[in-house]
Design a protein around this ligand. Structure first.
Ligand code: FIX
Ligand code: ZN
Length: 419
């Protein structure tokens, strides 16, 4: 069958775009991974891959085991049950299941043997140092942003003790408790020596909260401050949260020239018996973002939204506010047809002025599949968009495509954070 000229040039363009997108280095701007200095806080290996909360919730679809019984088991026993339920008793066809296999396959492991003990033996023979390098090379990730919470009792002492930083890991200051459970956070800060009072924050308390944010931003060299806020979160309101945001958090971010990252739309503990796997989603009122961007033009706001139904309005808001930068297909939207839909919509409405993806990896090995899967989908969108462009006679060079992809994979984010 004769290939038309148009088909031939589209195939040539597609090959070029796919090569560039599949090999471009990426900055992973939000993960739950840790610098190796945090030792066991960095999860990796086959059992951690299998007990990932995405798979826990999927496996309970097939199990009538009492939740407490499951949580009382060792990680290995939990992994055995999840492997059996999702990979042996049923085809591992979901995105999270396929992800595990994409990662194992990329590491040269023969998944068709379905031999979990053999997989465990292989991972048992690896060191964390070599595995970090292996996973970052396979994923094409050159920089990993951690999620660093001073309120985490396992993490905080490591920072306070100090350690030699691994340059591949950047820090982000996570402050959810400050905004969603102030009274408790206030007593914690007071215990740490900050002169804060619970209740409605006085000027003194707001200054002390700024001192706390300043101390930790300096200690960890935070590149942004982040909080995940519930679907029903509103701004401004006559609440302490609004006062903390206006009177401490945003002035702090302006002083340090760093963005505030809002992750909106989670319904924590929809089913608390599933623990981390028990969170759900809700529609966010995006007036929050409009009000923040309009009232604080000197502040920069990064944002990712959990609800599919919020994505179009976010694109429109982003067209109105240059101090707003959307990123990623977060969590329940991190599935192929939504990554395609959201990325296509963003390119069509925002051009290249956004960051299409972050991995949100909780297990080191996950960066391999999360980026391989997303790169393929992003490449497909770009092939279609550049092909549409070439229909107009406009020619894009290889260097221009490389420039555009560099922007999408971290360049636009870095520039947004710096300005
Ligand atoms: O708030 C967050 O950073 C979320 O990403 C996590 O809470 C969530 O558990 C997760 O792992 C999503 O992928
Ligand atoms: Zn996260």
């Amino acid at each position: 069958m004769r290939t038309t000229l148009a088909e031939a040039s589209r195939a040539k363009l597609a090959k070029q775009v796919e090569d560039i997108v599949m090999s471009a280095p990426v900055t992973d701007i939000h993960t739950h991974l840790y610098d190796p200095a945090f030792k066991e806080l960095l999860f990796w290996g086959i059992d951690d891959l299998l007990v990932y909360h995405y798979l826990v919730s999927e496996s309970f679809r097939y199990s009538d085991l009492p939740y407490d019984k499951f949580w009382s088991l060792s990680k290995t026993r939990q992994a055995d049950l999840i492997w059996d339920a999702l990979f042996i008793q049923h085809s591992p066809i979901s995105e999270a299941c396929r992800g595990v296999l994409t990662t194992l396959h990329a590491m040269g492991l023969d998944v068709k043997k379905r031999d979990l003990p053999a997989l465990r033996r292989w991972f048992g023979g690896q060191t964390v140092e070599q595995h970090i390098t292996r996973c970052m090379e396979l994923a094409g990730v050159e920089k990993i942003f951690m999620t660093n919470s001073p309120f985490d009792d396992l993490e905080r002492p490591v920072w306070e003790k100090g350690f030699r930083r691994d340059g591949r890991f950047s820090a982000a200051l996570r402050i959810d408790p400050l905004l969603i459970s102030w009274p408790e956070a206030a007593s914690t800060l007071a215990r740490w020596g900050y002169k804060v009072q619970g209740g409605v924050p006085s000027r003194k308390t707001l200054d002390e909260v700024r001192r706390f944010l300043g101390d930790w931003t300096k200690l960890i060299n935070a590149q942004y401050v982040m909080a995940s806020l519930p679907a029903e979160f509103e701004f401004p309101t006559k609440t302490v949260t609004t006062q903390l945001i206006e009177g401490a958090l945003l002035p702090h971010c302006r002083d340090h020239g760093i963005p505030f990252a809002l992750m909106l739309g989670v319904k924590r503990a929809t089913n608390p018996q599933l623990r981390l796997a028990g969170d759900g989603v809700g529609l966010s009122n995006l007036a929050v973002l409009q009000n923040l961007c309009a009232r604080f033009p000197e502040n920069k706001f990064l944002t990712t939204l959990l609800a599919r139904e919020n994505q179009h309005e976010l694109c429109i808001l982003t067209r109105k506010f240059r101090n707003l930068h959307p990123f990623g297909c977060w969590w329940f939207t991190n599935v192929p047809h939504l990554i395609d839909e959201i990325t296509r919509m963003r390119v069509e409405l925002l051009g290249l002025s956004f960051t299409p993806q972050h991995s949100d990896a909780r297990v080191l090995d996950q960066i391999v599949y999360k980026w391989q899967h997303s790169r393929r989908l992003i490449a497909q969108v770009l092939v279609d968009k550049y092909s549409d462009l070439s229909q107009t006679g406009w020619q894009v060079s290889r260097a221009e495509i490389e420039r555009d992809v560099r922007d999408l994979f971290g360049g636009a984010f870095e520039r947004f954070c710096k300005h």
